[in-house]
Write a protein that binds this ligand. Sequence first.
Ligand SMILES: [Zn+2]
Length: 170
Amino acid sequence: MDTLSMPLVDGRFTTPDQALAALRRSGQGALVVKVSDQYSLAWASEIDEARRQGLPNLTTIPNREPAYLARMEDALTRGVDLIQPRRTWMAYESLLDTVGAQYVLIAVADNAAMVVTRHEGLRAMVDSVVLECDGPPHHVFPKPDKRVGDDCPRCPADSTGRRPKIRLSV
Ligand SMILES: [Zn+2]
């Protein structure tokens, strides 16, 4: 089980560029997308693909991983501790099984969400810094596909023969 804070954006009113900027600010590789009352996770690679397709917002990114918004009823009937989730990790695993999700949100503010997941290692994945190609054009890469200093496999060499490189995005 892992708990971590992630950026939260409204998918209807957030462009892919704005979402990528939010990831760079937080230094994370995924964020929580809210569309109406539905929450899901979107990874940097998916957001970058939306940017390359010219999508106007985040509502049509396919296959986003759903996140379940926990409620007071879940605390009362399932015994999940919404304040100190690690104290009741077994109740969280049961809740995740019941609702068919990999992520539970236990708190949502305007720009951030607190996420509980059964995955050990999600924090490391999400907290990994975003990598990008120095282009042109600039675009992001998910870890661990590429490492800093690698040649970008998507971009051709420029007129001097230099291949764009993968670098940290800050
Ligand atoms: Zn590139």
